[in-house]
Design a protein around this ligand. Structure first.
Ligand code: LLP
Length: 417
């Protein structure tokens, strides 16, 4: 469910007419519904009711300060993968002790910054990283709370680029090695063992891989307990899928039921790192049709948003629904393409899409997660504005970039003057 619906033939974001927002802010523009974000958080949180848990929103899916503030206000934390994401969380007023730090390549500076900030824990992905964290923490006279990210070799049955829990992926430590590493960590004076972590992939549409994961982690936790190593938190990562087209992903309630059942009798608390399921269907990308071009074999609808603004279709062959901003049943089979000089620059390919004419607006649906965060300045295109809607109000939460923004930080060496 989301808050992007038609009224009298006009697309609305909550109680704001999309075309009114565009008249002021221009295109392309990302529009997020606050109510939808709130509902997604509350539904997930509610589904976990009774279970000791913390929801750490995955910042990589949507890192706008306003979105982070919203989740912080709702009691959420954050899953981060860089110093930059930590900076955003702190700026947004998020409690550092609700932030977990994942990723295979944390730098010394990032580790230091996270320790200074007092994050909840590091999700450690290798033995060398453990040693680095021990060194940095010890130099700083601090104790670093950690969990190991385990790679359980479970197939999430999703796109290869967003599968992370297979042996061949770069993530986490092997199950076989995990207990050994915990033993090693237990003997380190600047390390505190707090949890165990896992993230097997994204856009999962079945529950069995999650169930297998919990059972696998459970085995490890029990092995550790037998050795006197106590685990306080089990972090299950993110991954719950959403409907882009005709997928039927499990509901958060069904997901929660699976987790509860697999974890029955365990005393640990659970951390979840949902991204897409929180933000994906809470956002749209609105773009304007520039031209319609009849090629020798197909029709191209050329719009003002390109793969630099929304890369998912180009990168993953992902399906993003395209709807007209002024309702119309007129359809055409066409490619919806952007202005980027690459043949891979498309939002939809050989698909039945609205038969939109130059000047008309189209809405790329389910664009709230991995939309703006993956946008770039390729072809020197300023990145779009972002708007948050709340009932009849809306607010520009990131202004459109300017040409000056494009060259900020660049310098011409004196010998070229
Ligand atoms: N935790 C960790 C450690 C992750 O790596 C990810 C996503 C998440 C949580 C959140 O997963 P989610 O709940 O959103 O599925 N750019 C791709 C998705 C990449 C996901 C990477 N990791 C896309 O547009 O589909």
């Amino acid at each position: 469910m989301n808050e992007f619906n038609y009224r009298d033939g006009q697309l609305y974001a909550e109680d704001c007419k999309v075309s009114d927002i565009v008249a002021e802010v221009g295109t392309p523009v990302y529009i997020y519904s606050q109510k939808t974000l709130e509902r997604h958080f509350n539904v997930f949180d509610g589904a976990m009711g009774g279970l000791d848990h913390l929801i750490c929103f995955s910042v990589k899916s949507n890192s706008n300060l306003a979105v982070l503030r919203l989740f912080a206000n709702l009691g959420g934390g954050a899953d981060i993968v860089s110093g930059g994401e930590l900076f955003r969380c702190l700026k947004a007023g998020m409690e550092p002790n609700r932030v977990v730090f994942s990723g295979v390549g944390k730098t010394r500076e990032e580790i230091r910054y996270a320790l200074e900030s007092g994050i909840m824990m590091f999700n450690v992905e290798s033995e060398m990283e453990l040693e680095e964290i021990q060194r940095v923490a010890s130099e700083m006279g601090k104790i670093a709370p950690i969990s190991f990210r385990v790679n359980p070799d479970i197939d999430p049955k999703t796109h290869p680029y967003i599968s992370t829990g297979l042996k061949k992926n770069k993530f986490g430590v092997e199950v076989k090695q995990a207990v050994e590493l915990y033993r090693k960590a237990a003997g380190m004076d600047a390390i505190e063992i707090l949890g165990i972590d896992c993230h097997i992939g994204s856009q999962l549409t079945t529950l069995s891989p999650f169930e297998e994961t919990v059972l696998k982690l459970r085995e490890i936790v029990e092995d550790l307990e037998r050795e006197g190593i106590q685990i306080r938190w089990i972090d299950l990562g993110g991954g719950l899928g959403i409907t882009y087209n005709d997928e039927t992903p499990p509901s958060p309630e069904a997901y929660a039921k699976t987790v509860r059942k697999a974890a029955e009798g365990m005393s640990q608390g659970f951390i979840f790192e949902p991204g897409r399921v929180m933000a994906g269907n809470a956002g749209i990308l609105v773009t304007r049709v520039l031209y319609v071009k009849q090629g020798p074999v197909k029709t191209f609808i050329v719009v003002d948003a390109g793969m630099n603004d929304m890369v998912r279709p180009s990168l993953y062959g992902a399906y993003q629904e395209i709807q007209p901003v002024v309702a119309s049943d007129a359809k055409i089979v066409a490619d919806v393409v952007g202005p980027i000089c690459e043949s891979g620059d498309f939002l939809a390919k050989e698909r039945e899409v609205p038969n939109a004419k130059p000047g008309e607006l189209l809405s790329v649906m389910s664009a709230g997660a991995y939309g703006f965060t993956m946008a770039s300045n390729y072809n020197s295109r300023p990145r779009p504005a972002e708007v948050m809607v709340n009932g009849e109000d809306y607010f520009v939460i990131r202004r459109r970039e300017t040409y000056e923004d494009l060259v900020r930080g660049e310098q011409i060496p004196p010998w070229l003057s």
